[in-house]
Design a protein around this ligand. Structure first.
Ligand SMILES: *Cc1c(COP(=O)(O)O)cnc(C)c1O
Length: 388
């Protein structure tokens, strides 16, 4: 058999349209982010069509989008920000960069931020900020969470980097909180290579976001600055790619849904694994990456399974994220479970070893999908039998 090349975990899906728009932007000579009609078009179309928001401010990536959002929402040094312990590091890193102090909230048995732990973390009259992360495309329970936010008047930021178009109770993720952020990194459901956006329904906040994003320059006095701002802008070239991906959004989602369904048909139930399980009938998942959840009894074998898939079957995978609380820069922050502050986040620790991401390439050929399914089946069976 000819040597197989490695099946990647993620690859973008591009057509002629992305190329055409990119060239159009290039030839327009508006290649930066301060002007250019692709930026405006991308901001207004993405915010209204995908985020359910009136305003959008395009950013260089999803991480600075979070940083910018917290600055615009006035996080001050020392302000606590409740955020999930289990998740991608950018949510915590950008919060620290903006001056916030993370309070690491445990997840429930589905991996989603536990509303009871959020409640247990709140110090009435002092806690002001909450960040929810719709991890791996699973919407958090926004009905329960927004009720708590309302009760304690919290400012809510939704990190939707992994959840473009996901729904909770029929409402699109991103439209629940005061603002939301997205990423357009190469592995997200739509991409500009590097890119991000902050969206909001609050017009005053949108003006503030744009102002801080673009050097905090006085709107009526060129080169006069009343505050310290940033340059977190997205290039107009990349916004053009974003316009094309946005036109293809439904198709991009459809391709991922089809792929995930193929994995579910091939793998669900085999050795009790689950692919992108639906934890809550009240939500629509974003088909970001195909995630394989092992039964608890097999999670100790996770890293070995991934190593064999790579070495013997040329299939790349990614382990689930680590909890923040186990990584050196974040160990000093308080962790919270539904029992209260200072408790070990056992939910986050369990989730981080429970599964891994399998190749989620929207344009993957049938033979590769079958190869991934069959290889995972044989490796799982082998590990399972090894246990007996
Ligand atoms: C990808 C991602 C980000 C950061 O986005 P970048 O564009 O890579 O900076 C933030 N939060 C979450 C949950 C992500 O998955």
């Amino acid at each position: 058999m000819a040597a197989r090349s490695l099946i990647q975990v993620a690859e973008p899906s591009f057509t002629q349209l992305e190329e055409d728009y990119l060239l159009e932007a290039w030839r327009s000579t508006f290649i930066s982010g301060a002007a250019g009609h692709h930026i405006q078009r991308f901001e207004s179309e993405f915010s209204s069509k995908i985020a359910g928001c009136k305003h959008g401010v395009a950013c260089a990536n999803g991480t600075v989008a979070i940083h910018l959002a917290w600055k615009a929402l006035n996080v001050q040094p020392g302000d606590e920000v409740l955020l999930p312990d289990w998740g991608y590091v950018a949510s915590a890193a950008a919060t620290v960069a903006a001056g916030g102090t993370p309070v690491l909230i445990d997840c429930d048995e589905t991996g989603r931020m536990d509303p009871a732990a959020i409640r247990a973390a709140i110090v009435p009259g002092s806690t002001k900020y909450l960040m929810v992360v719709h991890l791996y495309g699973h919407p958090c329970d926004m009905i329960a969470i927004m009720a708590i936010a309302k009760e304690f008047q919290l400012i809510v930021l939704e990190d939707c980097a992994e959840a473009h178009g996901a729904l909770c109770n029929g409402q699109v993720c991103g439209s629940f909180g005061n603002a939301c952020t997205f990423s357009f990194f190469a592995n997200k459901v739509m991409t500009t290579g590097e890119g991000g956006m902050v969206c909001t329904n609050d017009e005053e906040l949108a003006i503030r976001l744009k102002f801080l994003c673009t050097h905090a320059m006085s709107p009526d006095q060129h080169f006069y600055h009343t505050e310290i701002g940033f340059n977190f802008r997205l290039s107009n070239l990349l916004a053009a790619v974003g316009c094309a991906q946005l036109e293809r959004f439904d198709d991009l989602i459809q391709k991922r849904n089809v792929l995930i369904e193929q994995y579910q048909q091939g793998l669900n139930g085999h050795c009790n694994v689950r692919i992108n399980p639906l934890f809550d009938d009240n939500v629509t998942l974003c088909p970001w990456l195909a995630t394989l959840y092992l039964p608890d009894s097999m999670s100790a074998h996770r890293d070995e399974i991934c190593a064999v898939l790579k070495q013997e079957y040329h299939i790349d995978t990614r382990p689930f994220f680590y909890p923040m609380s186990v990584m050196p820069p974040y160990r000093k922050y308080v962790t919270v479970t539904k029992e209260g502050r200072g408790r070990e986040t056992v939910g986050a620790k369990r989730m981080s070893t429970l599964g891994f991401v399998i190749p989620t390439v929207p344009d993957m050929v049938k033979e590769d999908v079958a190869h991934v399914v069959n290889s995972i089946k044989s490796v799982l069976s082998r590990m399972k039998n090894g246990d007996e």
